[in-house]
Structures are given as C-alpha cells and as structure tokens.
Design a protein around this ligand. Structure first.
Ligand SMILES: Cc1cc2nc3c(=O)[nH]c(=O)nc-3n(C[C@H](O)[C@H](O)[C@H](O)COP(=O)(O)OP(=O)(O)OC[C@H]3O[C@@H](n4cnc5c(N)ncnc54)[C@H](O)[C@@H]3O)c2cc1C
Length: 592
C-alpha cells in the first residue's frame, strides 16, 4: 500500500530479460551458462508463466514414429501460415527443431517414451508427410502437460546456472538513449511498490502474448501484452497484429483449452446431428486440419443451425472411443478439465467446445537472431541496438497468418537459444554499459504518477472489460468492413477513456491496482494495433477471415503490416519468400 517513491535506485547488468516463460528462460540459460550477469524479471513466479499451460507438444521432425523430414515440416509451416511467414526464418526453425528437442531431453525433460526408449510423438493439426500427402506424428509430448515439464526443466537448469530472478517485478517501460539504443528498463517491485532502473547492455523482451484483449481466451490473466505496449510507447512498430488464432476447442462458456492433442489421439468434432462434419470441409486431414480452418468450419456449423446445447452455440468434442486407459495415460489433464469446467466425464460424454482466442501470430518485428528491427526513414530495415524480442511477443515471422500447433513451443526454444547465442557472441563482458540518459526514468515514473494524481472518473476494470467485449464483438472469427470500422471507432473511444482512469480512494491504493492500471495501457496499445491492422487488410488470409473479401489476394496483400502507435499509423514491408538454402514454396490454394 506504500505510495510510489520518485528517487529510484539503479542496478547494472550485462543483460536484462523481461519474462520468465519458455523463451525468456531458454535465452537466460544460454547467457548465464556463458558467465554473463543476467537478470530475469517476471510478474509471476517463473514456473507460473503461461508456457506452463501448454498441453500438446513441441513440433520436431525426429521421425520416431514414421519417416519425417525438416523440409516437410517447413512446407507445413509455410502453407499453414497461408504464405505470409518469412521462409528464411521458417527454414531455420524447422532445421533447428530436432537439436533443441534433444537438448531438452539431455536437460532431463520427462518426455513420454515409445517402447524402444525414443521420444513419443503424436499427430497434430496440419502436420503432414511428403508435402501434404498424409498426417505424420511430429509433436513431442510429455502427456498433456508438455509446457509444465518444459518450464520446470528450464527453471532448474537456470537455478544451476545462477540466473538472477526478480520475481514479481513488472517492467514498466524501456529506456532509449539519444541514439535510439536501448539501455535498460524501469521496473516496479509489485510487493513493495519500489521502482528501480535495471541498466543493461542488452535487453530481451520475452513477455508472451496479449490474449487478454479478448473476453473469451485460453490465456492466463497476466497475458496483457506488456512487451508490445512498451515497444509501441517507445516508437517501435508492431507487425501483423491482425492475425489472431482462435483455438477450435476451448471449453464452451469457460474458455479453458482442450489440447489439439485430443484430436491427435483420435478425438473428433460432431454437430447436433452427431455428424463428424470436418470430413466435409477437409477430406484428407479432417479434424486435424490447421486451426483457422477448423475454427471457421465449426462457426459455419453453428451459423447453419447445427450447433449443440439449448442455444445451439457450440459443437461437441467426442473422445469416448479412444478408451479410458489411453485417456488416463496420454490425456490425464483433459479428464480433469472436463470434470471441472464442463461437468462431464470425458470417457463417457463428449465435451462442449467453441473456438476461443488462443495465440497472436504478430508482435515486435525481429530477425532470426531475435534482434528487433524497425524500418529507417529511407525504408531500410534498421536494427534497434540493445533490444531483442523472442517468443509470443515477437514476430520473426515463422507463423505467418496462422500458427501450426506445437510450433510456438518450438519457436520459444529455437529463437530463445538463437538470441542467447547472438548476445554471447558480442562479448558483452569486454564492453561497459552505455551512459543512461539523464531523464532515464522520467517517462515511466510520469505514467505512475499520473495514476496517483488523476481525478478522472474511469475505473481500470470498467475500461479493461469494455476493451475485451469490444474486441470479442467486432474482431472475431469472421470479420466484415462494417464490424471492423465500428470496432475501431469504439476502441479509439476507449483509448480516450483510459486516459481518465483514477483510483477510488487515494489513501488506500494496492499495488495490484497499480499493476492492473499499467497493464491497461498495454492492453489498449495491443487492441488498437490489432483492430487497426485488421480494418485495413482487405483480403482473407489465415486467421484473418474477412466476409467481404473472401479470397486471399497475393498481388496486393502478400506483405507484412507494421503498426505504429503514434498517429495510429500503418506501414507495410515485404514477405521474405526466399529460404536460406532450399527453393521457395510458391503460394497455392489451401485445401486439406
Ligand atoms: C492454454 C495454452 C496451451 C498451449 N499449448 C501449446 C502447445 O501445446 N504447443 C505449442 O507450441 N504452443 C502452445 N501454446 C502457445 C505457447 O504456450 C505460448 O505461445 C508460449 O508458451 C509463450 O511463451 P513466452 O515465453 O513467449 O511467454 P509466456 O510463457 O507467456 O511468459 C511470459 C513471461 O513474461 C512475464 N512478463 C510479462 N509482462 C511482464 C512485465 N511487464 N514485466 C515483467 N515480466 C513480464 C511473465 O511474468 C512471464 O514470465 C499454448 C498456449 C496456451 C495459452
């Protein structure tokens, strides 16, 4: 309940990583093991980061179940992303995949095993052999708790490597010097209200996604897009923010995720007639078509009156035929989620499900080393010195317009490691920290102090809830010009309302309320970026399904969107269609 102090101390590090999820801890491990002085900040205890909730698996062409090839994985990723992904980055990720999975195995990650001792791999949406010919088992899994196993493995390795964790510390803003280089962050200790400058030769954002800009989301409450908000306020662009993935199987009414691994293990979607409708939409991959495809098919069934329940507003996920033994062995958490959130015994009854916001394909633009890149005035891509972004807050872009299941955990590992290696190669120990600008903390402290003194009439939760319901209503599975234009108007009104937020009783402000108010500033930046970018894109591609423009338009729209907070402005840049060593996959119609 302490008031915010204004004189703030400074601590100095080689590297500061904001975020202790899979990407942050993979990078920090690389740095700490190389002997760098590294601080990792997290709003929650590291192993409570959203990565812990990942269920299904990590994609890598180990070929443990049948023949597989990184090149097939690359094809699936390019096609799954509806040709918007950068093919150089995708090649890099798919080639590195087996290496990062074996590394985890050597770190002690408890993967499920085949009888011959190799890592068990399950089928997943959009994973195919021989360029789309038939499904392949590529998802490396630890039951339906893969993220949990991953995060604990990485945390333990980091403790051994003496990574310095700042638990329940929230980064508020980055510090850029006169040359635009990033020299650290200003952060708030959530328990005491103390603020501090963490000076760093390198700052890495690993802050995760912003799923909480939508009302129905599979994401943790802390996923408020802080990295994107900080980048936007520092004048950096956000890339491809119109592309948000709806996961086909969120528990209806609760939003909690049911992993695609359920369909990987044989589960099927049925409508009110008991029909396995995905056979009609995707004759080859059926229930394992990519997520954007399955979500739209489900929405179509509901729209045409074949939804289930009294309001005909969901469909059913049926896993009864898989058998109680396999469910208990491979999908134990799903049984529990069925009981707790849908009140069903999944071995005997199907689970009611509905497409639910799950993942942002866009984020802070980076190259394959994780370095943040922003266009210079002459149109060239300029590296922002001292700043990296990795994981869900970054856009490399490997997921294009739609991510394949299991490619996010892979992205965290590959690019977390690559960013770590790139930083290590710069020999930071031999360099001193750049001087801090005189007004280093002014901007961040100004935001905090504005909250303390504001006499406005808006409440944080009121504005935050309105952002979520507006995004849900106007920026959903199917979009139209009318919906997006109206939604954009309403989000801009909310941006104004947000400026008048104040605390009810100034003598009794809890730090949790301060944190929520700071998060609100990040939610609104992310929401503005999303709906502004979506409103401008007049085509349908991947997760951006536009009812007024139902075709993909490669001639005009095969380009990445860049959104700037200042002036709510858009710019575009070319997609990298040239891979590193192989031939380009040329755009084709997407059928499954
Ligand atoms: C329910 C669920 C299941 C999923 N299952 C899979 C799957 O099976 N396979 C797959 O590939 N992908 C899956 N995904 C996606 C994948 O898990 C996420 O994209 C990924 O874990 C994000 O990792 P991250 O390291 O980017 O961030 P996160 O794990 O979200 O961590 C973010 C970190 O940043 C910190 N942070 C944020 N803001 C601040 C701030 N201002 N100051 C300090 N710290 C801050 C947080 O405390 C946290 O430590 C799933 C996602 C969900 C929601």
């Amino acid at each position: 309940m302490a008031a915010i102090k204004t004189a703030i101390p400074t601590r100095r590090f080689d590297a500061v990583i904001v975020g202790a999820g899979g990407s942050g801890m993979r990078a920090s491990l690389q740095l700490a093991e190389a002997g760098l002085n590294v601080a990792v900040l997290s709003k929650v205890f590291p192993t409570r980061s959203h990565t812990v909730a990942a269920q299904g698996g990590i994609g890598a062409s180990l070929g443990n179940m049948s023949e597989d090839d990184w090149y097939w994985h690359m094809f699936d990723t390019v096609k799954g992303g509806d040709y918007l992904g950068d093919q150089d980055a995708i090649e890099f990720m798919c080639r590195e995949a087996p290496k990062v999975v074996y590394e985890l195995e050597h770190f002690g990650m408890p993967f499920d095993r085949n009888p011959d001792g190799t890592i068990y791999q399950r089928p997943f949406g959009g994973h195919t052999a021989n360029f789309g010919e038939k499904p392949v088992q590529r998802a490396c899994a630890a039951a339906d708790r893969t993220g949990h196993a991953l995060l604990h493995t990485l945390y333990q390795r980091n403790v051994r490597a003496r990574t310095h964790f700042f638990v329940e510390w929230m980064a508020i803003d980055i510090i850029r010097d006169a040359e635009g280089d990033v020299v650290g962050v200003v952060a708030l200790e959530m328990e005491t209200g103390e603020c501090m400058i963490l000076e760093a030769k390198t700052t890495i954002f690993a802050t995760g996604g912003a799923g909480r800009i939508f009302a129905a989301s599979t994401n943790a409450f802390i996923n408020t897009g802080d990295g994107m908000g900080m980048a936007a306020r520092a004048g950096l662009p956000l890339q491809d923010m119109e592309f948000w993935q709806f996961h086909p199987t969120g528990v209806a009414g609760a939003g909690v995720l049911i992993t695609e691994g359920v369909r990987g293990e044989g589960g099927i979607l049925i409508n009110s007639n008991g029909e396995r409708f995905m056979e009609r939409y995707a004759p080859t991959l059926k229930d394992l078509a990519p997520r954007d495809f399955v979500s739209r098919s489900m929405d179509q069934e509901i729209k045409e009156g074949r939804g289930c329940g009294p309001n005909k507003d969901h469909v059913l996920l049926d896993l009864r035929h898989i058998g109680a033994d396999t469910i208990a062995k491979r999908l134990p958490s799903i049984l529990e989620i069925g009981h707790k959130f849908a009140n069903v015994d999944a071995t005997k009854e199907p689970i009611p499900v509905v497409p639910t916001i799950h993942y942002q394909m866009g984020g802070i633009p980076t190259n394959i080393h994780g370095q943040v890149v922003a266009p210079a005035a002459d149109g060239s891509q300029k590296i922002v010195n001292g700043l990296y972004a990795i994981g869900e807050c970054a856009c490399v872009s490997v997921h294009g317009a739609n991510r394949l299941g299991t490619n996010s955990l892979l992205d965290l590992l590959v690019f977390g490691r690559a960013a770590g290696n790139h930083v290590v190669a710069q020999n930071l120990k031999a360099r001193s920290n750049k001087a801090l600008p005189k007004d280093a903390s002014e901007f961040a402290m100004g935001r905090l102090n504005r909250l303390e003194t504001s006499t406005g009439s808006e409440k944080v939760q009121g504005v935050a809830n309105d952002i979520r319901s507006t995004m849900q209503k106007y920026c959903g599975v199917f979009r139209t010009d009318e919906l997006l234009t109206q939604g954009l108007k309403e989000i801009l009104v909310l941006d104004e309302r947000r400026k008048h937020v104040s605390f009810k009783d100034k003598s009794k402000v809890f730090n949790t309320a301060r944190v929520e108010a700071l998060e609100l500033d990040n939610l609104i930046e992310t929401a503005k970026a999303t709906i502004t970018s979506a409103q401008a894109r007049k085509e349908s591609r991947g997760a951006h399904a536009h009812s007024d423009y139902q075709q993909r338009d490669d001639e005009v729209w095969m380009k990445h969107t860049l959104w700037y907070s200042e002036g709510n402005r858009l710019d575009y840049k070319a997609v990298v269609t040239k891979p590193l060593t192989v031939d380009t996959f040329k755009p084709k119609a997407r059928t499954f």
